[in-house]
Design a protein around this ligand. Structure first.
Ligand code: ADP
Length: 666
């Protein structure tokens, strides 16, 4: 039924023909191609002025633009990769090593010859198959019955087992069942005689990959084997390919991801999960209305025109409760090698194979990642930098980069080391180097402007500490710990936040009342419980702590954690809370210059906490000279390099009393 005008008719016919050619050229898998052709066929029968037509055309346009079989070829030269990682990053030795190991495993996997086991009780069949398969350059082993096959399967790993269905004793079906429970990744091809086709179908339902019938047709054996291996390889190359870079902002996670892509010769894509509110941003909208869109993953793959880019999913720990839909399961479909070879985006509506994408996810804190996701990742931890590392990174990388970006080639400013140190100390407060880079950029911009506007700087500018003040204004950060004196009821605590380690002050005051406890400030639930525990411990040990018996009858206690930009939680402030309370109740000042971390128990023990390295870095940023940590964390210290522990006194303690002795000045 045609109801449009002649000119529209020919225009439509031409468009449809065009799309038909594009479908042919797109390299789609057969089932996708079929769907695209059906869709096109439907379109040829509806009016080009209808909304469906527009939606349909846009859709097919989109489908043919996907890189169905376009991939970049991997460069697996590990020495070259090492050079690239080194060229762009200072330090990070352990991280670079882990990454190179990860890439090396990829190389080895890519180089391994496929291993195949042929099981048949007929000698002639075994010989024929071995002959065909060995010619394809596969590593072939044989077994003449079920028992032998199981023995082989127990001693080495096979990619594909090709087995006769009907054998005396242990038959093909039983072998299949054993493989499916023990080596579920191994693909099984059944060999059937004429009479056993129905059982072969049953075998497929039980998880066999396919079947071939006797007498063998050469081509059939070859293609079936090739398909089975392809499926197997997809899973193998994908397994464990999800790297997770965890650490504070500005520690080089993104730029390391980019360097990996450069090293492999792959396209690089970065998708931030942080601001996402809706599952459709991952999985796409159904194409029922004009303007429906695919999810970000499919969109980015289409944009970079490659089916195997490195995709960095940023801030996976930030997708949270207010998310519409089920983000964890959507991401699982994307990241899980068992599922992602046929990822269905709602808009695309046909499966797209994501198994050759290399996914790297980033997170600030690992324990915020849903555990089904975390289980599938290889976590590599990035940590904050020391002042000395920051200075060196700035001198060697950030400053040359900014000079280049701001076009200051001719009149390159030279930064003195003291100036860089001043920026780090007085204008930034961070574990990473994001703000440091911003400050350097800001100075370079100002120099560029002076140069252009006033013709100044014809003499190259030297950036000294004084110049820093001129360009950046007054210092932004002060050292609250060392610049203020000891006080009653105030202690210094080391905590771990999403932005790395940090220093907070616990303040406690008393006022007339009756046994009340008021908690305010940026405290999460766990920290509130620590405060309760601290108070109960003190009340039950009041006598030995030198606190008057009737103290609690006459006073309310108020504990406050001054709010920072980031909510703080976790049990590790327990030790600072309990010492602040003891200081308050005994009226003796607490030493401000000792920062502490530790979880407390009702019986006064101190339990280990996480993030020791980040906390020590935070202490050093605040110029704290002494810290108290749980004795059980002493092991973490041993793993740290000397320049991190340099000029800081670490006191490991086992119980609250030891800490009180150190902190309360008598
Ligand atoms: P993240 O992704 O962890 O937030 P980025 O990768 O964005 O951090 O790093 C911030 C900036 O610091 C980038 O310009 C990056 O190149 C630079 N950078 C971080 N670590 C290093 C390092 N070790 N050596 C050189 N540059 C670094």
């Amino acid at each position: 039924m045609k109801f449009f005008k002649k000119s529209e008719d020919t225009e439509q016919a031409a468009k449809i023909e065009d799309l038909g050619r594009m479908i042919d050229a797109a390299g789609m898998p057969p089932d996708v191609k079929k769907i695209a052709e059906q869709e096109l066929e439907t379109l040829s029968r509806i009016s080009p002025s209808s909304a469906e037509y527009t939606i349909g055309i846009t859709y097919i346009d989109y489908l043919v633009g996907m890189p169905w079989n376009k991939k970049t070829e991997d460069n697996l030269d590990i020495s070259r990769a090492e050079k690239i990682l080194n060229k762009e990053h200072y330090g990070l030795h352990k991280i670079k090593e882990r990454i190179l190991e990860h890439l090396s495993v990829k190389v080895l996997r890519a180089a391994r010859k496929p291993h195949i086991l042929v099981v048949d009780d007929e000698e002639i069949a075994r010989k024929n198959l071995t002959h065909i398969l060995a010619k394809e350059n596969y590593e072939v082993a044989t077994a003449s019955n079920g028992e032998e096959a199981l023995k082989e399967l127990g001693s080495s790993e096979f990619d594909v087992v090709i087995t006769d269905l009907k054998m005396p004793g242990i038959d093909g079906m039983e072998i299949l069942e054993k493989i499916k429970t023990k080596n579920p990744d191994t693909k099984v091809i059944m060999i059937t005689g004429y009479a056993t086709v129905p059982s072969a179908v049953e075998a497929m339902q039980k998880g066999a990959f396919n079947y071939i019938s006797k007498p063998f047709k050469l081509d059939e054996v070859r293609t079936t084997m090739k398909n089975a291996l392809e499926k197997k390889m997809q899973m193998r190359s994908a397994r464990g390919s999800v790297l997770c870079f965890a650490g504070p902002p500005g520690t080089g996670k993104t730029s390391m991801g980019r360097a990996i892509a450069t090293a492999l010769g792959r396209k690089f894509v970065r998708i931030s999960l942080g601001g996402m509110k809706d599952e459709a941003e991952i999985r796409g909208h159904r194409r029922t209305y004009v303007g429906a869109k695919p999810g970000r993953i499919i969109e980015e793959i289409r944009r970079v025109e490659s089916a195997n880019p490195v995709i960095m999913l940023d801030e996976i720990d930030k997708i949270g409760q207010d998310f519409k839909g089920d983000p964890a399961s959507a991401l699982l479909e994307v990241l899980d090698p068992e599922q992602n070879h046929s990822f269905v985006d709602h808009y695309l509506d046909v499966p797209f194979d994501l198994s050759s994408v290399m996914f790297i996810v980033t997170a600030n804190v690992i324990h915020n990642i849903p555990s089904p996701l975390r289980d599938r990742m290889e976590v590599i931890e990035f940590s904050g930098y020391t002042q000395e590392e920051k200075t060196r990174i700035a001198m060697q990388f950030l400053i040359p980069k900014q000079i280049k970006e701001k076009g200051l080639y001719e009149h390159q400013p030279s930064f003195t080391e003291e100036a860089v140190y001043k920026i780090i100390q007085e204008y930034t407060h961070e574990a990473g180097i994001r703000n440091l880079e911003r400050k350097i950029a800001s100075i370079c911009r100002k120099i560029a402007r002076e140069l252009v506007q006033h013709g100044k700087g014809l003499e190259p500018v030297e950036i000294t500490p004084k110049a820093v003040e001129r360009y950046l204004g007054r210092r932004k950060y002060h050292f609250e710990v060392i610049e203020e004196g000891n006080r009653v009821g105030v202690t210094t605590s080391l905590v771990l936040t999403e932005a790395g380690g940090d220093i907070i002050f616990v303040e406690a005051v008393k006022m007339k009342g009756k046994k009340g406890l008021i908690l305010t400030g940026s405290m999460g639930d766990v920290m509130r419980e620590s405060a309760q525990t601290a108070l109960s411990y003190i009340r039950s040990n009041a006598g030995s702590l030198g606190i008057p018996e009737d103290f609690f009858e006459h006073y309310d206690i108020h504990i406050h954690i001054p709010a920072g930009s980031i909510q703080k939680d976790g049990p590790s402030a327990g030790l600072a809370i309990v010492t602040a309370l003891v200081s308050l109740m005994t009226g003796q000042p607490a030493i401000r210059g000792i920062a502490m971390t530790g979880e407390i128990t009702l019986t006064g023990r101190i339990l280990p906490v996480g993030g020791i390295k980040e906390k020590i870095l935070a202490a050093r940023r605040a110029r704290v000279k002494a810290i108290i940590i749980p004795a059980k964390n002493s092991m973490d210290l041993e793993e740290l390099s000397d320049d991190i522990k340099m000029d800081i006194d670490v006191h490991p303690v086992d119980n609250i009393n030891e800490a009180i002795d150190l902190v309360i000045s008598k």
